[in-house]
Structure formats: C-alpha cells, structure tokens
Design a protein around this ligand. Structure first.
Ligand SMILES: CC(C)(COP(=O)(O)OP(=O)(O)OC[C@H]1O[C@@H](n2cnc3c(N)ncnc32)[C@H](O)[C@@H]1OP(=O)(O)O)[C@@H](O)C(=O)NCCC(=O)NCCS
Length: 154
C-alpha cells in the first residue's frame, strides 16, 4: 500500500472542508452544529479534534485523499467517525485503505476490543465498505435512520 495515515495537520483543513458540497452533506458527515461552508480556521474546534483526534490518508505524492477520527467511548471500545474520501478519487479503493489504516491505528492498544461506527441507512456505499471489513449491524443501538455497526479489533 502506497498510502499512509498520519495525524491531521492545519494545512489539511481547507482541503478536507472543500470535499463537502452542501449543508446536508456536512450535517450527515459531521453531525449537527458544524457550519457549511466550514471555515478552515474553525475546523479543529468544530470537529473537536482535541478530544477526537483526526487522521489523514496521504497518497504517494503526499496529497490528502481521506480523513477520519476515532475516540474511546465505552470501556474497550473505539468509535470511528467523520470518515470521508476526496470526491475526486472515490471508487479507487482509498476508502478501504483509509478504514483499514484507521482501524489498525485505533486498535493500537491491547485494551481495545471493539470498533464501532454509525452510518445512515441510505449510505449504501459506506455500508458496503464497512460490511466488507467485518462491521456488523447492532440493531439494539440503531435507529430508523442510523445504523450502528461494530466489529472485533482487526
Ligand atoms: C464511503 C466512502 C468513504 C467510500 O470511499 P471510496 O474511496 O469510494 O471507497 P472504495 O473505493 O475504497 O470502495 C470500497 C468498497 O466500498 C463500497 N463502495 C464504494 N463505493 C460504492 C458505491 N458507489 N456503491 C456501492 N458500494 C460502494 C464497495 O463495497 C467497495 O468495495 P469493492 O470496490 O470491492 O466493490 C466515500 O464514498 C465517501 O467519502 N463518501 C462521503 C462521506 C461518507 O458518506 N462517509 C461515511 C460516513 S459514515
């Protein structure tokens, strides 16, 4: 794999914010309370990067092509969120590379037993991606709109 994961830097904020093309897409990606357009200067605060560290996937040229966050929730669980790939390079396997790298990073501590995430039920591309990586729906924690998915540490 030529792509690699690294902690997000301020220089990446504008590029990632530019991947969002509407307030609806921003709401679905980030949850409520995140402005569209998202000013790069507000990126870190809006996404709570201090509590929920962000990571970027860089391609072989050092271009930022993906972003995601993870943070601890219940004991032994890391929750992944704000997963996104640059619209210009979707469908080329980078979403899978991003998720595999994030999952490995999130599972760095032996204390982590489970990875979780939430995804809109109509987001068929993301659900196919997550299912292919071993995430399974948890009906008890899902809603009519949002599917809660979990997998054992990779
Ligand atoms: C979801 C997302 C991250 C996938 O990224 P991607 O780089 O296009 O995904 P990949 O090319 O790595 O594809 C991996 C798998 O995802 C699924 N997938 C990707 N695009 C798909 C599409 N348009 N339709 C159906 N399945 C799709 C497939 O299972 C694919 O595996 P395959 O190539 O063996 O069929 C990307 O579409 C995205 O950023 N969407 C907007 C933000 C978002 O919805 N994030 C998820 C929040 S929970």
């Amino acid at each position: 794999m030529t792509e690699h994961l690294q902690p997000v830097q301020p220089e990446h904020h504008a590029a990632i914010a530019a991947w969002l093309d509407s307030s609806d897409a921003t709401l679905r990606w980030a949850g409520p309370g995140v402005a569209f357009p998202l000013p790069p200067g507000q990126f870190a605060q809006a996404l709570q990067l201090a509590e929920r560290p962000g990571w970027v996937l860089l391609d072989e040229h050092g271009q930022c092509v993906g972003f995601g966050q993870f943070w601890p929730t219940t004991s032994g669980t890391m929750h992944l969120g704000r997963i996104i790939v640059s619209p210009q390079v979707r469908g080329r396997g980078l979403g899978r590379a991003l998720m595999q790298a994030l999952a490995a990073q999130a599972s760095g501590s032996a204390a982590v037993e489970r990875l979780t995430l939430r995804v809109y039920r109509d987001n068929t591309a993301a659900i196919a991606l997550y299912s292919g990586l071993g995430f399974q729906p948890v009906d008890a924690d899902s809603t009519g709109e949002l599917l809660f998915m979990a997998c054992s540490r990779p």
